[in-house]
Structure formats: structure tokens, C-alpha cells
Design a protein around this ligand. Structure first.
Ligand SMILES: Cc1cc2nc3c(=O)[nH]c(=O)nc-3n(C[C@H](O)[C@H](O)[C@H](O)COP(=O)(O)O)c2cc1C
Length: 330
């Protein structure tokens, strides 16, 4: 295990070695991945997604064993099943992530139970609201991110929210999310004013994630150019996402066929069946491969711990010495 450590307010607050959090990712960030990240010195977080299956939480908390992990929720979906929240609070997770939609009443409920609340958001207005709700950590998610999100870019959103926090609630912590997949991203995020990073796509493409192998393979061949923000997969899966959020996925045949024909797709019941079958078969040309622009930086599937240790060790070097400019000499 590497001896390097980058200490920040986040590592102190969460009592972790590295300021790196594995993003909650729907049903692919399960207990094995969360435990691997926590065991390597970061913090793993269960996805949980739409909360369709209470058994999913049961199983994946079990798969994490004794590791300290957090748990994520898609807030608008949780509103339909608040009993799930209570069932998770009883487990005393290391943190609760609330993403997409207003954090209340869940933020207050978690804080009353003594659990740190992370609000993942996409705009300055969302950040103002999260501060009103007493968020312990704001996760500023830029549009580069895999999965659902908004249109602001990480590079400007993070420092703007860092300034807002400094002015309004300096004890609140800040994490950057969206496009962070290696040491450069981690070092840059800290320079932008973040106390840590939330990493999704890089951990999606690791050994412990619950991603079917054909989707991982398809993604490794992709460049950042090959991703697109769209609503097609929410339409065909009948997920009632609020209209402000779009989802970033890999371009594939399904996207090519339906982009711009959303209304037609919504009325086509055959496509729902076609999609369900393709998702079950992990067909990357029809099923959604949910990754962000950072996929263009990822060339191999490795264990989460290896990814994390390398990211931190190289970021420490970058932060100590600055970037190495090719050809500039020692
Ligand atoms: C496959 C996948 C599924 C995701 N599902 C969720 C989710 O269920 N809840 C959530 O809050 N965020 C979800 N996200 C977004 C992440 O929390 C995070 O913001 C994003 O992955 C960070 O950007 P990056 O992918 O460039 O690292 C998902 C991201 C991915 C890649």
C-alpha cells in the first residue's frame, strides 16, 4: 500500500486517507466496489439508483462486509419510496448522497440521525438551496459527468461554488465531480477549490463494478467525443426524470436511430420490449452504456484500489512539483 496521502478537510472530516469518493452509480456501484474503494483509503458509496428493489440494498450492504461505506439516492425517485431511506439510515452509512431534486426532507432527516449529507448538484442556485438545507458536503457535478446531470462545466462550476461556500458557509465542504479520472483531474480539482473528488466513470471501468463485460469492452474503445447527453434511455425505460436533467451515455445504434425522434419513441411500445431484451443481453449497440467524457482517458480495466492509489500518488507529485512540461528538461 502506498504511503502517500493528500490531506484535506474532507479526509479529516470523513477519517479517510485519500480525498477520493467513488460516485453512487445506479445499480453498478455495489458493495464490492464500494468496499474496494473504502479499503484502499477512499470512500465507497452504493448506487441504489431508483430504489426499485429493497433487496438490492440488503444484498449490496452485505457484499461490502465490514467496510465503512456511504449510500446514494436519486432524490426524486426516493420521494416515491421514503421507507427505503429509513431502512438505509438504520444501517448508519458513513454518508448519504442526495442527487437530483430538492434535498429535503431527507437532508434534515439524515443530519438528525448524525449522518453526513452530500448534496450532488449542477448549478449555483442548487448550491444555494443545499446550503439552506445544511448540506455537510456539496458535490458540484459538471456536464462532463457520466449519467444524469446538467449543462454547467466542472471547470467553472467548482470555483464558483467554492467562492459561494467561502462567503456563505465556510465550514461546508466541496467535492468536484465530472471528468475526473486520473491524477491530473484530482490535482486540478483541488486547485479549483475542492476538498475532494467524486469519481464515477473511472470506477465504472474497474474490476469490481457490476457492469456487464460487453459494455466495458465497448467503452474502452471509445473517445470522449463518443458520448452524448440525451433523454432517449429515460423515455424507453419509462423513467420519469425531471426535464432539467439529461443523461450522458456512449453513442450507439439506438441513439443514432432515435435522437430527435423522442416523441415517436415515447409512443412506441415495441421499443420498450426491444430495449429490455437488449439490456438483459448487454448489447452495447442498443443498451445504454452510461459513461462520461472521461472514458477517453481510460485504457484498461483494473482493480479499484490500483486506480485509486495511482491517482493519489501521481496527484501528490503534481501538486508538489507542478506539471511536467514535455521537452522542458529537469
Ligand atoms: C453508470 C453511472 C451511473 C450513475 N448513476 C448515478 C446515480 O444513481 N445517482 C447519482 O447520484 N449519480 C449517478 N451518476 C453520476 C455520478 O454520481 C457522478 O456525478 C459522475 O459519475 C461523475 O462524473 P464522471 O463519471 O466523469 O466521473 C452515475 C454515473 C455513472 C457513470
Amino acid at each position: 500500500m502506498a504511503q502517500v496521502a493528500i490531506s484535506t478537510r474532507l479526509t479529516e472530516r470523513l477519517q479517510i486517507r485519500h480525498p477520493v469518493i467513488c460516485a453512487p452509480m445506479d445499480n453498478i456501484a455495489g458493495g464490492k466496489l464500494a468496499a474496494a474503494v473504502s479499503s484502499a483509503g477512499g470512500l465507497g458509496v452504493l448506487g441504489g439508483g431508483y430504489g426499485d428493489e429493497e433487496a438490492w440494498f440488503e444484498r449490496e450492504f452485505g457484499a461490502a462486509g465490514n467496510q465503512r461505506i456511504g449510500c446514494g439516492f436519486i432524490t426524486w425517485a426516493l420521494r416515491r419510496k421514503p421507507e427505503l431511506f429509513e431502512a438505509v439510515l438504520v444501517r448508519k452509512p458513513a454518508a448519504i448522497f442526495l442527487s437530483f431534486d430538492d434535498p429535503e426532507p431527507f437532508a434534515s432527516r439524515a443530519r438528525a440521525a448524525g449522518i453526513d449529507v452530500f448534496c450532488q448538484l449542477q448549478t449555483r442556485a442548487d448550491a444555494e438551496r443545499a446550503l439552506d438545507c445544511g448540506a455537510d458536503v456539496i458535490v458540484a457535478q459538471g456536464t462532463e459527468a457520466g449519467g444524469h446531470g446538467g449543462s454547467r462545466a466542472t471547470f467553472t462550476l467548482v470555483p464558483e461554488i467554492a467562492d459561494l461556500i467561502a462567503q456563505r458557509a465556510p465550514r461546508t465542504l466541496l467535492c468536484a465531480a465530472g471528468g475526473i479520472a486520473d491524477a491530473r483531474g484530482l490535482a486540478a480539482a483541488l486547485m479549483l477549490g475542492a476538498d475532494g473528488v467524486v469519481v464515477g466513470t473511472r470506477f465504472w471501468a474497474c474490476e469490481e463494478s457490476l457492469v456487464p463485460a460487453p459494455l466495458k469492452l465497448a467503452a474502452l474503445a471509445a473517445a470522449g467525443d463518443d458520448t452524448v447527453r440525451q433523454r432517449l434511455f429515460d423515455i424507453v425505460r419509462q423513467r420519469a426524470w425531471p426535464s432539467r436533467y439529461t443523461g450522458r451515455v456512449l453513442h450507439n445504434d439506438f441513439v443514432r436511430e432515435w435522437l430527435g425522434r423522442e416523441e415517436e419513441l415515447a409512443a412506441d411500445t415495441f421499443q420498450r420490449e426491444r430495449y429490455r431484451a437488449a439490456a438483459k443481453a448487454a448489447d452495447p449497440q442498443i443498451a445504454a452504456t452510461i459513461v462520461g467524457e472521461a472514458i477517453g482517458l481510460i485504457k484498461s480495466i483494473e482493480p479499484a484500489g490500483v486506480i485509486l492509489e495511482r491517482m493519489v500518488a501521481e496527484a501528490e507529485r503534481l501538486l508538489a512539483r507542478g506539471p511536467v512540461i514535455a521537452g522542458a528538461g529537469p
